[in-house]
Design a protein around this ligand. Structure first.
Ligand SMILES: Cc1cc2nc3c(=O)[nH]c(=O)nc-3n(C[C@H](O)[C@H](O)[C@H](O)COP(=O)(O)OP(=O)(O)OC[C@H]3O[C@@H](n4cnc5c(N)ncnc54)[C@H](O)[C@@H]3O)c2cc1C
Length: 488
């Protein structure tokens, strides 16, 4: 019997299953589809996701397969508004790693396999009943066979049309953005071809035209092509149509060739309020969907999974009180709200058509992007290194809930072991070791030297500060860990 049933083997379900397996939790992961994603879909892994993947122990093959984009150029009607550079991101990964989603899924599948877990394909979750003590789920196999499985926990990583979300009756509140968008994965040739390591964003009265570099000399272009008619899906664009848009909106001077994917999509901006329903959780697109502006969707979903996995592992192992699980929804739903807000604003700004509004947008952007601090703030937000949990029940002290920069650690970052443990940073190694001995299933045995002498910091297994205080705050540290510790 699996302790945890993960429904959906997209990037979020794969991350979830891999993290649980790493922490020794019995996990079963199913997917209705016979194969993984075959198209590029989400194309960027941002700095914070890469940092967190370091804890998972799987970053290297992604870095080998991806392309490092160094910045973006933003133009309006051909005039340059600004060129934010990603090297302003305060991370070892100060770039956007461009990698098609099919490669992300392939590499995550390899990583999961290395932990001894295989995806069960052509197995669909069709329904479930959640009780106080566990979940009974019904699975349909490809041969029509029905299987009833008992699990302690169910995690819905089953995408935008989530069966788990429907089964919970959770409202997916929001709306459609209203435009049809085209998408093309192509090659770009010619003297004015955009640089192969830079995002090119062209604002235009008819709508933006955006070019993302891809590994292997390819690029993704995206552009809105008119209001959507809910009763009439638009045909996939032809290469000639995409070329005409490039000429009209991006100044021309380059030729699009060799398309491998031409498609349309619509943008929905929706989210559930709660990510936890007793023994059932939602993560990734099952919980939040929004505009791809900023490339946040998959990154946010993978970080949902990383946030939940260590908490669930600690509770299943009996190391922490189950109340720890409530912090998942509190923390990640707040992040989802912020990501949705930013993506909606970015899309609205990019699709302005009224001349006065466009004039104002361009003037404000040109002015703001002239400031180094604004450029750095913008790229730091996109890279998700600014994500913090200041209002979380797990955050204590002035720096509580902030990201712990993994560059502070000479050795492995917190959370990288086979057991999830908090890490204590103190000058008083003997007293720190004593505290660890009192909470052996919560704290790493060896305290580490603090970055700032005279401080006492407890860092969570997902690299966020739990408690930050002064060197003498031993009482706070003790009660922090006492509250976390298993009631049993
Ligand atoms: C055209 C397109 C372009 C995109 N571009 C970007 C981008 O540039 N940047 C970005 O960040 N995001 C982008 N996205 C969004 C990104 O692809 C998603 O955010 C990401 O895939 C979410 O991952 P997930 O694992 O939550 O869900 P999914 O990838 O949707 O995976 C869900 C999985 O669950 C399975 N499943 C569904 N129902 C069941 C069931 N009942 N039982 C068992 N299995 C089930 C499905 O087969 C699927 O494999 C794009 C999406 C599309 C469609």
């Amino acid at each position: 019997m699996p302790t945890v049933l993960v429904a959906g083997a997209g990037p979020v379900g794969l991350t979830m299953a891999a993290e649980l397996a790493r922490y020794g939790i019995a996990v079963r992961i199913i997917d209705a589809s016979p194969h993984q994603t075959e198209t590029s879909k989400a194309l960027v892994l941002w700095s914070r996701t890469l940092e967190l993947m370091d804890r998972m122990g799987c970053t290297a093959p992604f870095l080998d397969a991806g392309l490092r984009a160094r910045g973006a150029a933003i133009r309006s009607d051909g005039a340059l508004l600004g060129t934010p550079r990603f090297d302003a991101i305060a991370s070892a990964y100060n770039y956007a790693l461009m990698i098609p989603q099919r490669d992300t899924e392939r590499l995550l599948t390899d990583h999961l396999r290395s932990l001894g877990v295989e995806i069960e394909r052509e197995v669909e979750l069709t329904g479930f009943t959640a009780r106080e003590t566990g979940v009974e789920a019904t699975l349909r196999h490809v041969d029509g066979r029905e299987e009833v499985v008992q699990a302690d926990w169910l995690i819905g990583c089953d995408g935008a049309h989530s069966t788990v979300r429907h089964g919970l009756g959770a409202t997916f509140a929001g709306s459609a953005q209203g435009d049809d968008w085209l998408l093309a994965d192509i090659r770009i040739e010619g003297p004015k071809a955009p640089p192969s390591d830079e995002l090119s964003i062209h604002f235009h009265p008819d709508g933006p035209f955006v070019v993302f570099p891809l590994p292997g000399g390819r690029a993704r272009v995206v552009a809105p092509v008119g209001k959507s008619d809910p009763s009439r899906p638009r045909d996939a664009p032809t290469l000639a149509e995409v070329q005409a848009l490039a000429d009209a909106r991006a100044g021309g001077g380059f030729r699009l060739t060799d398309p491998v994917w031409l498609s349309n999509f619509r943008i929905n901006e929706r989210k559930v309020a709660d990510y936890r329903y007793g023994r059932v959780f939602l993560a990734g697109d099952a919980a939040h969907i929004h505009s791809p502006a900023g490339g946040q969707g998959m990154n946010t979903g993978m970080q949902d999974a990383i946030n939940l996995a260590w908490k669930l592992a600690m509770v299943v192992r009996g190391s922490a009180d189950p109340v720890l699980l409530d912090s998942y929804s509190a923390e990640r739903s707040a992040v989802g709200d912020m990501v949705l807000r930013n993506a909606t604003r970015l899309t609205a700004a990019a699709t302005l058509s009224r001349p006065a509004a466009r004039f104002l947008r361009d003037a404000v952007m040109r002015f703001l992007l002239g400031f180094k601090a604004v450029r750095a703030g913008m790229v730091s937000t996109m890279s998700e290194i600014n994500i913090a949990y200041p209002n979380s029940p797990l955050s204590h002290g002035s720096g509580g809930g902030t990201r712990w920069d993994p560059r502070h650690d000479r050795g492995a970052p917190p959370g990288s072991g086979r057991e999830p443990r908090f890490v204590l940073y103190t000058d008083d190694a003997a007293r720190g070791a004593g505290l660890a001995a009192r909470f052996p299933s919560l704290l790493e045995a060896e305290p580490r030297k603090p970055v700032v002498p005279g401080t006492l910091v407890i860092v969570r297994p997902d690299g966020y500060v739990g408690l930050s205080g002064s060197a003498s705050d031993w009482g706070s540290a003790e009660s922090y860990l006492g509250r976390l510790a298993s009631a049993g």
